[in-house]
Ligand binder design. Structure first.
Ligand code: SGN
Ligand code: CA
Length: 535
C-alpha cells in the first residue's frame, strides 16, 4: 500500500535519520487534520463572500492555501456524507444511504489504510455512524441525542468508555484534539478527524456568545419569500420552512425558565438543564426580550417570517463564531509546536445548509446552498497560497486525496478521484477531469419530507429527477438562474442541452454503478436513444 520511496524512507525517518536518497523534507509524510463541522455552509463563511459574518480563521486556511468553489456532497445528509468521506464510495456502495442506516465498520476506509501505512489515526467529535469507529488509534465520539451530541456538558464515548465532560461542545472537542496531539506518538505522522457538532440544529451558542447578535440585523436572502412557482412537487411539499416548520421552543427558544420548569419533558428543557446555573441565568436574560417581542402580538405574516429568520441567524451564526475561534486555537497550537506547515489542514462541513434561501432551513435537496460544501485546504509545501478552483469536486474525493498525499496506493474500488493534481496546480483541473458531480438522496419518507432524488451538476447546469412517489424532472440553467427558481426541463429552447444532460446522467450512473434508482428511468435509458426527452 505504501509507495516504494516512502517504504524505503520510513524506518529511517522513524529513527530520525536523514540518509534517504531523497532530501529529508520530501521523505517526510504530511500530517492530516480533517476539520469538519455539521451543517456549516458557504453563505456563512467570509472567504466565500458570505455577507453574514466574519470567519477569520477559516479565511486564513483559504488565504494561505486553496478555496474549492465547486465541491459537492453526493448525498447531503450527515451520516451518508460521513460514510462517503471515510470510504471514498457513494452511498449505494458503502451501504449508508440515510441516517437510519448503520455503518458497516468492517469495510475499507481511508483511516484504516493510513494506519496500515504507519499513520497514527484519531477521530474526535461527531461520528453519527452508529457502529463503533474502526481503524482509529484514538476515538472519542459524541454520544448524546442519538449521536448528534449536546451543546452543553456533552457526553462522549472515548475508546469504548462512556464519559461526560463539562463545558461547551465546540471548546471541549478542541481541548480533546489538542490533548490528543500533545500525547500522540510523535514518531509517526498523524491523521486526525476533528468533527464539530456546531452549527447543527438547535443552534445553541457558547456562554460567551449568548446574545452577541441581539442587536444585529442580518441581510435577508433574495429567495426568503419564494413561492415555488416554476418548481415541482418536492419543493412545495417539503417540511423545512422557517414559516411553518421552525418550532417556537426547540428552534426559536421562546420559553421562559418558569415555563420550562413547569414542563420538564419539554425538549428545550432537556438541553437547558445541562447548563450550569450561571449560564442558565445568562440564557434567560438574553432570550427574555425575544420572548417579549414575540408575545407582543405585533408580528404577523411576512414580518413574522423575517423576524424568525433574524432569530435563526442570531443563534446559528453565534455557534459558527465559536467554531472559528477554536480553529484559530488549533492553528495556533500547530504553529507553536512547529507542525503547522507539515500538516495538510482541511476545513469542510458534512454538507451545506439553507440560511433562509427558498424560505428554508435544513439541507437534503440537490439545490446549491446545501449540495455545495465549504472546502478550504492549507498545505504550503504543495499548495500555493491564494489558489482558487472551480474544478468539480465531491466528498468521495477526500479519501483518495489523503491517500495520495500520504504516498499510499489508492485501491481500485475507491470511486472518488484524488484532488491532488488540482490542489497542487493552483486549482487548475487536468484535461480529463470529470464534467459533472453525481447526487443521490434517499431519506424519504422522513423528517423534513424531502423526496428522493438523484441528478448531476455540471459547471453550468443541473439536472434532477425526483422519484419514488413522484416522477418529476427539474433542470436549472445556473448561469442565468443562480437561485434555481425556474425549471427549464421540457422547454424547447433547452432541448439540446437537456438531451446532453440526460446522456451524461446515464453515463455517470453507469460509471458509479448506480444503475437502478428506479424502473422508469431504466426504461428511459434502455430503449432507443432517440426517445430521450428533448432529443
Ligand atoms: C435532527 C434534526 C433535523 C436534521 C437531522 C439530520 N432535528 O433530526 O432537523 O435534519 O437531525 O441532520 S432536531 O429536532 O433533532 O433538531 S444531520 O446533519 O445529522 O444529518
Ligand atoms: Ca449535517
Amino acid at each position: 500500500m505504501i509507495n516504494r520511496l516512502s517504504l524505503f524512507c520510513l524506518p529511517l525517518a522513524a529513527a530520525g535519520m536523514a540518509s534517504c536518497q531523497q532530501p529529508q523534507e520530501e521523505a517526510k509524510r504530511p500530517n492530516i487534520i480533517f476539520m469538519m463541522t455539521d451543517d456549516h455552509t458557504t453563505q456563512a463563511m467570509s472567504c466565500y463572500g458570505g455577507r453574514l459574518i466574519q470567519t477569520p480563521n477559516m479565511d486564513r486556511i483559504a488565504a494561505e492555501g486553496i478555496r474549492m468553489d465547486r465541491c459537492f456532497a453526493v448525498n447531503a445528509l450527515s451520516g451518508p456524507s460521513r460514510a462517503c468521506i471515510l470510504t471514498g464510495k457513494f452511498s449505494h456502495v458503502n451501504g449508508f444511504t440515510d441516517n437510519a442506516s448503520t455503518f458497516d465498520g468492517s469495510q475499507q476506509t481511508f483511516p484504516k489504510l493510513l494506519r496500515e501505512a504507519g499513520y497514527e489515526t484519531s477521530v474526535i467529535g461527531k461520528w453519527h455512524l452508529i457502529s463503533e469507529p474502526q481503524g482509529f488509534d484514538y476515538w472519542c465520539i459524541l454520544s448524546g441525542q442519538h449521536e448528534q451530541g449536546d451543546y452543553y456538558d456533552p457526553d462522549f464515548i472515548e475508546n469504548g468508555r462512556h464519559i461526560q465532560e463539562k463545558g461547551y461542545v465546540t471548546d471541549v472537542v478542541t481541548d480533546k484534539a489538542i490533548a490528543y496531539l500533545e500525547h500522540r506518538d510523535k514518531s509517526k505522522p498523524f491523521c486526525m478527524m476533528y468533527h464539530q457538532k456546531a452549527p447543527h440544529r438547535n443552534w445553541m451558542p457558547a456562554p460567551r456568545h449568548l446574545g452577541m447578535f441581539n442587536h444585529t440585523e442580518f441581510p435577508e436572502p433574495a429567495t426568503l419569500f419564494d413561492n415555488y412557482e416554476g418548481r415541482g412537487t418536492a419543493a412545495r411539499t417539503q417540511d423545512m420552512s422557517i414559516a411553518h416548520t421552525m418550532t417556537e421552543d426547540w428552534d426559536l427558544k421562546l420559553l421562559t425558565r418558569e415555563e420550562m420548569l413547569a414542563d420538564t419533558t419539554n425538549r428545550l428543557y432537556q438541553v437547558y438543564k445541562r447548563m450550569p446555573r450561571d449560564v442558565q441565568a445568562k440564557w434567560d436574560s438574553v432570550y427574555a426580550p425575544r420572548i417579549a417581542e414575540y408575545r407582543s402580538g405585533k408580528l404577523k405574516g411576512k414580518e413574522l417570517v423575517s423576524w424568525k429568520y433574524q432569530q435563526y441567524m442570531r443563534d446559528y451564526l453565534a455557534t459558527v463564531v465559536a467554531v472559528d475561534e477554536n480553529i484559530g486555537r488549533l492553528l495556533d497550537y500547530l504553529e507553536k509546536t512547529g507542525e503547522l506547515d507539515n500538516t495538510i489542514i482541511v476545513y469542510t462541513s458534512d454538507q451545506g445548509f439553507f440560511l433562509g434561501e427558498h424560505g428554508w432551513f435544513d439541507k437534503r435537496f440537490m439545490y446549491e446552498e446545501c449540495q455545495r460544501m465549504p472546502l478550504v485546504i492549507r498545505y504550503p509545501k504543495a499548495i500555493k497560497a491564494g489558489s482558487v478552483s472551480d474544478a468539480i469536486a465531491m466528498n468521495v474525493d477526500f479519501a483518495p486525496t489523503f491517500l495520495d498525499f500520504a504516498g499510499v496506493e489508492i485501491p481500485d474500488d475507491i470511486q472518488g478521484r484524488s484532488l491532488k493534481p488540482v490542489l497542487t496546480n493552483e486549482g487548475a483541473e487536468p484535461a480529463d477531469w470529470r464534467k459533472a458531480a453525481y447526487y443521490h438522496y434517499y431519506e424519504y419518507p422522513a423528517e423534513h419530507s424531502v423526496k428522493r432524488h438523484y441528478g448531476i451538476r455540471t459547471k453550468d447546469f443541473k439536472l434532477i429527477h425526483f422519484y419514488n412517489d413522484v416522477d418529476e424532472w427539474e433542470m436549472y440553467d445556473l448561469t442565468n438562474d443562480p437561485h434555481e427558481l425556474t425549471n427549464v426541463y421540457g422547454r424547447p429552447e433547452y432541448a439540446g442541452k437537456q438531451a446532453e444532460l440526460i446522456e451524461l446522467l446515464h453515463q455517470t450512473q453507469q460509471q458509479y454503478n448506480d444503475t437502478d434508482p428506479d424502473e422508469k428511468v431504466r426504461e428511459l435509458f434502455k430503449g432507443d436513444r432517440r426517445l430521450i426527452p428533448g432529443r
